[in-house]
Design a protein around this ligand. Structure first.
Ligand code: XIL
Length: 319
């Protein structure tokens, strides 16, 4: 294949990326590569609650709309990210809950309205939604988020039902990190899915974020974990792949990184139900890694100048 788009077509999968809206608007070279290489997009931040409703009842859709419109122009499908999360919530919501001016019944209504409004707005334009993000802790207990604390465990089933009602054709996913290898998290998430299914909750897929670091071993059991979810009838996706490294960059680290990307694609292709691989940014020019992991970076397929790194070539070489 000549590029990732051709690779995606040949393999019969979607190859997506998270998109930085400021770069999409302001950088012609970024836009060109985005549209040339990818068959799907996710908004890196533009569809999160703090972005779309910074003031209560004051919706700001311009960035999310821009992403969806660009995707339409370039025949890319869209992954919606994300409806229920404990991070990047607007301050009016978190402070209102903390100081008690938003009571639990009202909070439930607020969540229902948020999901309904956002999913309806993009009805028919979003292939899949990350309905709930990161709801399980590392030790396998349910995350003690404001949602669990104030609404009880039923908020997860409610979220899927509300999303399904707002767009019956969108594929509804549960998404998490470290699910590639963390046994307690894997077991709890599998039980959660089975429980939702037993109660008739519309859940279609499992998203593995896939934030890898080459200083750690590659999660060698990943394909088996994917298969366990696939066996429950779920669609499987890698939703936020990157492979960070301790700086400075060396040839050796780039080679190791290439191997991690190659193995992630190979693992996905080895599982019939895995038909999407999305990277969390495609260029080191715009990556969340340096801002979140001190001393680390260079996690993407292309460098700051949009030149392909060994990881990019490794993906194209996968048979
Ligand atoms: C990150 C974005 O990349 C950053 O720009 C933002 O400051 C914080 O969030 N898991 C997720 C993503 O589900 O939404 C996160 O994105 C990365 C971890």
């Amino acid at each position: 294949p000549r590029d990732l788009r051709e690779l995606a077509q040949q393999q019969g999968i979607r190859i997506g990326t998270a998109v930085d809206i400021a770069a999409l608007r302001g950088e012609a070279d970024y836009r060109k590569v985005l549209n040339r290489e990818f068959t799907q997009v996710t908004a890196e931040n533009a569809m999160k609650w703090e972005s779309v409703e910074p003031a209560r009842g004051g919706f700001t859709w311009a960035d999310a709309d821009a992403l969806v419109e660009n995707a339409k122009r370039d025949k890319q499908s869209v992954r919606g990210h994300t409806l229920v999360w404990h991070n990047q919530l607007p301050a009016w919501l978190t402070t209102g809950v903390a100081d008690g001016t938003i009571g639990d019944d009202e909070l439930r209504t607020i969540l229902r309205d948020h999901i309904t409004t956002q999913v309806r707005r993009y009805k028919g334009k979003i292939r899949a939604w990350d309905v709930v993000n990161e709801v399980v802790e590392e030790d396998g207990t349910m995350r003690q988020s404001l949602w669990l604390t104030h609404l009880g465990p039923g908020y997860i089933a409610d979220a899927f039902r509300w999303a399904h009602r707002a767009d019956p054709h969108a594929k509804l996913f549960i998404n998490d990190y470290n699910l590639e290898w963390n046994t307690p998290k894997i077991e709890t998430t599998l039980s959660l899915v089975k429980d939702l299914q037993a109660r008739g909750v519309p859940i279609d897929g499992i998203g593995f974020q896939g934030h890898l670091g080459i200083q750690y071993d590659y999660p060698g059991d990943w394909a088996n974990v994917m298969r366990r979810f696939a066996d429950l009838g779920l669609e499987v996706a890698i939703t936020e792949l990157d492979a960070r490294m301790e700086l400075p960059v060396t040839e050796e680290k780039l080679a190791k990184q290439a191997d991690y990307y190659r193995r992630a694609l190979t693992d996905c292709l080895s599982v019939e139900a895995c038909r999407e691989l999305t990277v969390w940014g495609f260029t080191d020019r715009h990556s969340w890694v340096p801002g979140w992991f001190a001393g680390q970076g260079a996690a993407c397929l292309l460098d700051e100048n949009l030149a392909p790194k060994p990881a990019y070539r490794a993906l194209l070489a996968v048979k």
